[in-house]
Design a protein around this ligand. Structure first.
Ligand code: HEM
Length: 401
């Protein structure tokens, strides 16, 4: 089946691609991607939870990480690693820091003077918010932000694309990654000094450093997972912010409803994630012995493209799945994956995106969309550039126009 992740003007993507997938079936072979496209919700659940038949090993992401990061670790050690952090990034843990998230969001926005009426590209503001949160939770100092930003720029869209072996892009990626590891090593050394002084672990890096030597956690496991966890936080979160605010800016009635009742922002964000799923695709490989999925026979070593966005619009689970419905009854979607590798940063992302959206709606009573550029691919769906403004004539003036 012809299928790719290029975003071409006028082609109604991704909805057009999802319609073709629905017609073709929940599991179909793509010549263009040389792999299986899995778009049915039931089949996606199987791929992401049946570790005996499907694995992250050998996928482009695993090749990029090439280490012991939890995202590409299908062994029992995966749970040991997650357990170090899980309690500290849980829903209650993030709720307890809601004032910090609100303070950061307000400061990020205030610097841009969003109420003034001038058009503002919000992507740098989203980046600032995400970096501030990394500083808050991981203790990475502001001076190290450029290292993270450089690496994020190099790795944008790799989940779908991977790198050709020996290519210049791969060499650049390796250099960027080495810089992040050097930054992590310096942070780890600093945490060790503090721990040796008897200070309790004050951030997420310190917690993993303190766990070295316990339950099989080695230096390598520690470094690779600090890398995995810190770097999971950047592009995806920014795109969720972008998708939400692009939609709100284009739908003043929705924006007004959330301004009046900010407690509804979270549910709105869930529907944004379902409809405009950021991580549209993740990958797996079929293990030795092959697998049967959706009546198709998958051979050992076959590539599997797990289409999270398509599965989040499965008509068997959501009425009128292609419609955006701000009042849709809550039901889980696949925006943060499913099963074994379900996103560990979900509550962090939710807390920061909620805070940023709430602060923007409050600061811009006549929020208006000026321009939204989704870039060349929908594999990681969301704006690369998002220009918004607060209409100078105010909300009423804007509505009358
Ligand atoms: C809107 C924001 C985000 C989206 C859409 C997102 C999406 C995802 C998805 C789809 C997976 C599953 C990948 C797979 O199964 O192959 C995942 C895993 C993961 N994410 Fe996120 N993520 C977001 C934010 C974050 C943040 C803020 C962090 C960290 C601060 C983070 C850290 C991780 C980690 C560590 C894993 C691997 C978990 C495991 O293997 O057990 N993510 N994420």
């Amino acid at each position: 089946m012809p299928f790719d992740f290029e975003l071409r003007a006028g082609e109604d993507l991704p909805a057009g691609a999802f319609a073709r997938l629905r017609a073709a079936g929940p599991v179909v072979w793509s010549e263009a991607l040389a792999g299986w496209l899995v778009s049915g919700a039931a089949e996606v659940r199987i791929v992401l939870s049946d570790l005996a038949r499907f694995t992250s090993a050998g996928t482009p992401v695993a090749e990029v990480f090439k280490g012991e990061g939890m995202l590409v670790n299908d062994t029992a050690m995966h749970h040991v690693i997650r357990a170090v952090w899980a309690r500290h990034v849980s829903r209650p843990a993030m709720d307890a820091r809601s004032a910090d998230f609100a303070r950061i969001a307000a400061a990020v926005l205030a610097a841009a003077q969003p109420g003034g009426g001038a058009p503002i590209d919000f992507m740098p503001l989203f980046r600032r918010m995400v970096l501030e949160v990394i500083t808050l939770l991981f203790g990475v100092p502001q001076g190290d932000w450029p290292v993270i930003e450089h690496y994020a720029a190099l790795s944008a869209d790799t989940p779908a694309l991977g790198y050709a072996e020996g290519s210049a892009a791969q060499r650049r990626h390796e250099a960027g990654k080495a810089a992040v590891y050097a930054m992590i090593d310096a942070q780890v050394a600093e945490r060790r000094v503090r721990l040796a002084r008897g200070e309790p672990p004050a951030d997420l890096i310190a917690r993993m450093v303190a766990a070295v030597g316990q339950n099989g956690i080695t230096e390598t496991v520690m470094r690779d997972n600090v890398f995995n966890f810190t770097l999971g936080a950047v592009d995806t979160t920014e795109r969720w912010m972008g998708n939400a605010l692009a939609r709100l800016a284009a739908n003043p009635a929705d924006a007004a409803a959330l301004r009046a009742e900010p407690a509804r922002i979270e549910a709105y964000l869930d529907e944004v994630m379902r409809h405009d799923t950021v991580a549209q695709v993740i990958q797996r490989k079929v293990r030795e012995g092959g697998a049967t999925l959706g009546a198709q026979a998958l051979a050992a070593g076959d590539s599997v493209y797990v289409l999270l966005g398509a599965a989040s619009r499965d008509a068997a689970e959501h009425d009128a799945p292609d419609a955006f419905d701000a009042a849709r009854p809550p039901r889980a979607n696949f925006g943060f994956g499913f099963g074994f590798h379900y996103c560990l940063g979900l509550h962090i992302a939710r807390a920061e995106v909620t805070a940023l959206v709430a602060a923007t709606l409050a600061a811009m009573p006549a929020l208006e969309l000026v321009a939204c550029d989704l870039g060349p691919t929908w594999a990681l769906l969301g704006p690369r550039r998002l220009v918004l403004r607060n209409h100078p004539a105010g909300a009423n003036g804007r509505h009358a126009a």
